[in-house]
Write a protein that binds this ligand. Structure first.
Ligand SMILES: Nc1ncnc2c1ncn2[C@@H]1O[C@H](COP(=O)(O)OP(=O)(O)OP(=O)(O)O)[C@@H](O)[C@H]1O
Length: 211
């Protein structure tokens, strides 16, 4: 993939998240630049998914704001979802569509990458499954198809909630390599994972929501 713009920035300022009168986190601030990763850690229920959903713009923080390249993510003229790729707990794939059709759909929603659909499926070791309905893929193959969206579209900011769920050790290393390449190209990453994540970059910010 061609390198991303090295001037991209993400800044989170004084984020607060309250659920049912309970404060999950407050006054949380951090920033990311090209090639940097944010690793969100913490016990079950500490608020990791809630933080990632706020970073995606799916949920507004109760306090604080997030800026992309200096502009509030809710007011970007280009649309913040044009720069983010989100893979959540759920695969978010259409079970009645084939693997290929799922990627055509994903590309229609974002900025298509220079990698073709067949090449993307090959990269995710799903070559030969292009015309198979997603409902007939194994759990790990469904997860790889969900993560294939990251390659099928071109988004500098990847936001991944437990990306390794259902993957075997080979699948995990496939995704880690993909993430490392993304960071090498100047992409950014926010991730939470109960598995250890092996990243080549030393440019990692750790946030522990249980601390
Ligand atoms: N839609 C919601 N409405 C009310 N409370 C919610 C909602 N979503 C999450 N919560 C609560 O917020 C808290 C944090 O949930 P969250 O999913 O962010 O935690 P997490 O750190 O990602 O947990 P896990 O490691 O188990 O995935 C939990 O106590 C949960 O019950």
């Amino acid at each position: 993939m061609a390198p991303y713009d090295q001037n991209h920035t993400l800044e989170a300022c004084n984020l607060t998240c309250i659920r049912d009168d309970r404060s999950l986190f407050s006054e949380l601030s951090f920033s990311l630049k090209a090639g940097q990763a944010l690793l969100v850690e913490g016990r079950n229920g500490s608020g990791k998914t809630s933080l990632l959903r706020i970073l995606c713009g799916i949920r507004q923080p109760d306090e604080g704001h997030i800026h992309w390249n200096g502009g509030d993510i809710y007011r970007l003229s280009t649309g913040y979802n044009a720069v983010t790729a989100w893979v959540g707990h759920k695969d978010g794939i259409k079970l009645e569509l084939t693997a290929q059709e799922n990627l055509v759909f994903a590309r229609s929603l974002g900025t298509p990458s220079e990698l073709g659909i067949a090449e993307t499926l090959d990269a995710m070791e799903l070559g030969g499954f292009d015309d198979v309905c997603a409902i007939n893929l194994s759990a790990g193959q469904k997860r790889r198809l969900a993560l294939a969206r990251l390659l099928a579209t071109r988004s500098p900011l990847w936001i991944l909630d437990e990306p390794f769920t259902s993957l075997d050790t080979h699948g995990i290393s496939l995704i880690e390599n993909m993430i490392n390449k993304h960071l090498e190209d100047g992409g950014m990453l926010a991730v939470t994972s109960h598995h250890a994540v092996t990243l080549d970059s030393s440019d990692i910010t750790h946030i522990n929501l249980s601390a």
